[in-house]
Design a protein around this ligand. Structure first.
Ligand code: MOS
Length: 731
């Protein structure tokens, strides 16, 4: 088949929805005008654990505008059918207003529905709840450990005992919250037994299935709409209780209901990156060849669901070594359930592993890049599969050159500018990108324009734009003549918009659907006696700018419009799909990076200022370089947050999150992010997706915190094994 010209893919295009966004015309979940909508405000539990003994709703109900107060005492029993899908972790999910138990501080205990937002808010403040209070357990260090998930190869204990060089390091990683700009919100409307929700979600299909399960509805009775997401980072990867509350409130009041979580409620109404205690013992020979690693990993989860993430992967395959053992234990606490947050699992593990590698390099007097090169594996030692592509060596080389690594003095505290100690650090990053089944539909109309649809989301990476690029090239159309639609459960189903999976998965389905439509048109033309392409081999026809022509002979051809009009076709249409990675897997398929940081640390005050950062990415083919830059920069900014600022703090006396707001939970601002650069290695990875992509959105945050921590060590000689790295810790 003649290769289709690639005009849009690889071009640094601006977002097709950019104008809608900057003019405020893009509609987010809470911004839909639904006729007759009233407002709901959740009342949060004010204890960390216990039982509700009484609820007095009299004062709230007496308020003008208040329509109803719903709580466990008057709420109908909901079916809550089992739903192992929709990203519900194993356990028994939080069931809103179904009993008197309080599982964590902030759990919804009632909802006030009123004609105005102000009346609902005031009403919520007037609901009086009495409790039998129990002592909550919210400290990772105190909780009972679950049975571990284990991994082993070789004999790590013996390997460690025999190692001439040994490290035994324990790291504490703070809980992080996603804090997307757009708060989570739901508008719910019932039309008879049919439920429509406008809901902030990264997975319209998952939210659809969960609401059908909770309310016991047939699939066709639920519709989820969500064309825009104002940031997610993982917080929208499952359907949270407030969406059920909104639907329940709408059903009880027979009015459409709008429910927006406050910033504070986002801290316990949605998930978070769990805190970890991670002990790593490393053994190596005197040249730094790793011989053994023992990973003891403890992570928080809730008392009612067991959330786990891919925190074990990096320790098994990033470096070559014969002996590895890992034990990953969840610790059930009286908190709400965690969820994936950018670079999930890998970002946490990489801080530990990459900080430890830096310690080992320092101990041995070996350059940190050289140490990593000495431990570069020839295959994935966890699966014994060859790598599809693994270009970490190039990431190191390019990164070292572009960042000026040779200017780093390996001796800590060797560079000073006035009050500031200057240091350079680096780390490697790896991520296992998702590849999930997806479907898409493409339709070419007689006017020569096309519409492509899939039930995915766009939380910010630019899915509208990148999928339009893929579709436009496959159809042989310009960007302007293709419309990509997403964010509606009526569109062909896809898996979650997360895990770096969207381009490999949805993109492949879009590519497939559009290729089929193009092939249909070509077939129509070459079999049509009146077409200038009559009799040409289908494989010799390409389409460019909406015009089919013989490859290498642009004059012989005709447009889609002419072809369809002459054949009395209103449209051509096809469904496309992606079925997932090859099974069994033939390759170890991962995205990689090398991340570099330069920091300045105030010698007296301990303040850390990031001066420069560089990420070099081996992420396969880059569909959209301009959008890739915004992903990479965003990931590095997120990593700066994890490294230096972000920490959800809980008062263990009552289980209350004490910094549930953006004044006290610190995220990086412009002044924290002076100079960030991203470089992508050219090339493709063709392991099971025709687009050659590996996925970029998660790996960009992996390794960032370690690179910064290692730079802080180079600047100060101080090794901080606790995230975030604070000024106090450096004093
Ligand atoms: Mo990403 S943590 O899967 O949104």
């Amino acid at each position: 088949m003649s290769p289709q010209p690639q005009a849009a893919v690889g071009a640094p295009l601006s977002r097709v929805d950019g104008r809608l966004k900057v003019t405020g015309k893009a509609q987010y979940a809470a911004e839909f005008d639904v006729d007759g909508a009233v407002h709901a405000v959740i009342v949060d539990a004010s204890i960390g654990r216990g039982r509700i003994t009484g609820i007095d709703t009299g004062a709230a109900e007496a308020q003008p505008g208040v329509l109803r107060v719903i709580h466990h005492g008057n709420a109908p029993k909901l079916p809550y059918r089992d739903n192992a899908g929709s990203n519900n972790p194993p356990g028994r999910r939080q069931r809103v207003f179904q009993d008197d138990r309080v599982l964590f501080h902030g759990q919804p205990v009632a909802v006030v529905v009123a004609t105005t937002l102000e009346a609902a808010q005031h009403g919520a403040s007037l609901v009086k709840v009495e409790y039998d209070t129990e002592q909550p357990s919210t400290d990772l260090h105190d909780g009972e450990r679950d049975k571990p998930t284990n991994y082993a190869r070789g004999d790590a204990e013996a390997g460690l005992r025999g190692a001439p060089v040994r490290l035994d390091l324990t790291y504490q990683l703070a809980r992080n919250h996603h804090n997307p700009m757009e708060p989570h919100a739901t508008i719910a409307r019932w039309d008879g037994n049919k439920l429509t929700v406008w809901d902030k979600t990264q997975w319209v299909v998952g939210t659809h299935d969960e609401l059908a399960a909770v309310f016991g509805l047939p699939a066709e009775s639920v519709r989820v709409i969500n064309p825009f997401v104002g940031g997610g980072f993982g917080s929208g990867l499952r359907c949270w209780p407030h969406s059920v509350v909104a639907a329940l409130a709408a059903r009880e009041t027979k009015r459409p209901v709008k429910l927006v979580l406050s910033r504070k409620q986002m801290y316990f109404g949605t998930g978070f990156r769990p805190s970890y205690e991670y002990r790593l013992r490393l053994g190596s020979d005197r040249r730094g060849r790793l011989t053994a690693a023992i990973h003891d990993i403890d992570a928080e989860t809730s008392s009612y669901e067991t959330f786990t993430e891919a925190v074990m992967g990096a320790g098994q395959m990033l470096y070559s070594m014969p002996n590895v053992s890992q034990a990953y234990r969840t610790v059930p606490l009286d908190v709400n359930t965690p969820i994936w947050m950018r670079g999930p699992g890998f970002a946490s593990a990489s801080f530990v592993i990459e900080s430890a590698m830096d310690e080992l390099a320092h101990k041995l007097g070996v350059d940190p890049i050289e140490l990593r090169l000495r431990n570069e594996p020839n295959e994935d030692e966890s699966s014994n599969l060859p790598f599809s592509t693994r270009r970490l060596r190039e990431c190191y080389t390019v990164g070292a050159r572009e960042f000026g690594w040779q200017r780093r003095n390996p001796r800590p505290r060797s560079r000073r500018e006035g009050d500031w100690l200057i240091g350079l650090g680096m780390a490697a990053g790896v991520y296992d990108p998702g590849r999930y089944p997806a479907q898409a539909r493409a339709r070419l109309d007689a006017d020569g324009t096309a519409v492509v649809e899939a039930a995915t989301s766009d939380m910010g990476p630019g899915t509208y734009t990148s999928q339009t690029q893929v579709a436009a090239d496959a159809l042989g159309l310009t960007m302007r003549t293709v419309t990509f639609r997403l964010g509606d459960s009526l569109y062909p189903p896809t898996s979650p918009h997360g895990g770096s999976a969207t381009m490999a998965s949805v993109g492949t389905a879009v590519h497939d659907a559009c290729n089929q439509v193009r092939q249909q048109a070509i077939k129509l033309a070459v079999e049509d006696r009146e077409s200038p392409l009559y009799g040409v081999k289908a494989d010799d026809v390409v389409v460019r700018g909406g015009r089919l022509h013989v490859q290498g002979n642009p004059t012989r051809g005709e447009t889609y419009r002419t072809l369809l009009a002459r054949n009395n076709r209103t449209h051509l249409e096809a469904g496309g799909s992606y079925t997932g990675p090859p099974s069994p897997e033939r390759h170890s398929y991962h995205a990689y990076n090398a991340t570099f940081a330069e920091v300045a640390v105030d010698a007296t005050l301990g303040l850390v200022r990031v001066r420069r950062m560089l990420g070099v990415y081996d992420a396969g083919r880059i569909i959209s370089p301009k959008l890739a830059d915004s992903q990479a920069i965003g990931g590095i900014v997120g990593g700066i947050g994890t490294a230096l600022l972000e920490h959800t703090a809980t008062d263990h006396r009552d289980g209350r999150i004490v910094n549930a707001n953006l004044a006290d939970y610190l995220v990086p601002v412009n002044a924290d992010v002076p100079d960030v650069r991203a470089i992508y290695l050219d090339g493709e990875d063709n392991d099971g997706n025709a687009l050659g992509v590996k996925g970029l959105g998660e790996v960009v945050q992996v390794g960032v915190a370690a690179a910064i921590g290692n730079a802080v060590f180079n600047a100060t000689g101080r090794r901080i094994r606790e995230l975030p790295i604070t000024a106090e810790a450096l004093l």
